[in-house]
Design a protein. Sequence first.
Length: 139
Amino acid sequence: MTQRTFVLIKPDAVRRGLVGEILHRYEAKGLAIEALELRHVDAELADAHYAEHVERDFYPPLRAFVTSGPSIAMILSGDSAIEVVRLLNGATDARVAAPGTIRGDLALSNRENLVHGSDSPESAEREIALWFPGEVPAR
Ligand code: CMP
């Protein structure tokens, strides 16, 4: 089933010059870029995006990180796009993410893990509405 998902290429990836490599992996897999924008995330957007995490111990440094520089916000689409992006991204903790995944190959941190992908259809629609309020529904 064709799905849309929200992907954030985080500030560590932009700082390290990995945007092209990461975009290439999504495109090579066959996912389509429906929207793409360079965004400097402010605290308000960070809190809304990570609403389920704001009370967690790890959230203050996570907020500092995601607001530390520009990110790339995207909508990707394709067959089973939500699961496919999560498989390409690899485990959240990049230290133990499988080789062959974006995090497994390119990162070594639980926090600075290069990318975020929506974890369910509900999250995808919520995150797309938050980041790209003008986007029309999936075809
Ligand atoms: P993401 O997929 O964007 O979802 C929540 C983010 O919080 C996660 O990627 C990591 O960047 C960060 N995160 C999750 N768990 C931890 C943790 N235990 N310590 C530090 N950062 C974390």
